[in-house]
Write a protein that binds this ligand. Sequence first.
Ligand SMILES: Nc1ncnc2c1ncn2[C@@H]1O[C@H](COP(=O)(O)OP(=O)(O)O)[C@@H](O)[C@H]1O
Ligand SMILES: [Mg+2]
Length: 231
Amino acid sequence: MPKSKTLSHVFDADTSRSILKLRSDGYIGELSGVLGSGKESYVFYSQDSHNREVAVKVHRHYINAFKGIPSYLGLRGSKTGGFFKRIDEWTRYEFSLLRKANEAGVNTPEPIRNYKNIMVMSFIGKDGVPAMMAYKDTDFDTGYWYDKITDFIIKMGKVGMIHGDLSPYNILNNEGEPYLIDFSQSLKLASLTKDYLLRDIKNINQWFQKLGKIEIMPEEKIMEMIGFDGG
Ligand SMILES: Nc1ncnc2c1ncn2[C@@H]1O[C@H](COP(=O)(O)OP(=O)(O)O)[C@@H](O)[C@H]1O
Ligand SMILES: [Mg+2]
């Protein structure tokens, strides 16, 4: 209780109420540590009522002119609903695509609960210690990771989605296994959005090219495996 009280000043009243609701429903406990804090969101460590470790991502209700909301969601100009509602919609979208990737067999946090601008997911890490981002913790088998991550991209593509922001900042090294996080820029795959897919593949290829010593698959080949013939 005292700890979350000290954090409560960062939340608007509506978000505070949602946090309390998730607490009384047992999905979260005290928010006892900050795992990340960016322009658009905070991520906290907590434990649910069964002491399961969880990560709680809270999208800020007050963000700078919706800069973070991907324009393709068409939410920026939405005339219906207020400011908060659009952020809640964005959170719902992120949560649904996290779930879609998870169900497709991609290593991701397990989606647990979405309520308004908050999402609860499983904690990637152990005993309160989060897995590190892959740009910091490079202790992994490069060839294995490349195969795994390209397979994740293909798996997501086959169920019609793109991560949209794939980089070593959004991949956690969980005891040698790559875990994809942060589906806030994810989108549905269509011919109109295939450039975003290509961008993800290029980012991954460039990163692994730098790491070296493995064979990189041509981008077109990966696109082809997802069902795009490059046209
Ligand atoms: N499920 C999780 N388990 C452990 N740490 C997490 C989890 N989700 C996010 N984090 C940590 O919080 C940071 C920010 O989360 P992310 O979803 O990437 O938000 P942002 O949109 O701010 O980049 C991540 O880089 C990671 O260190
Ligand atoms: Mg991120």
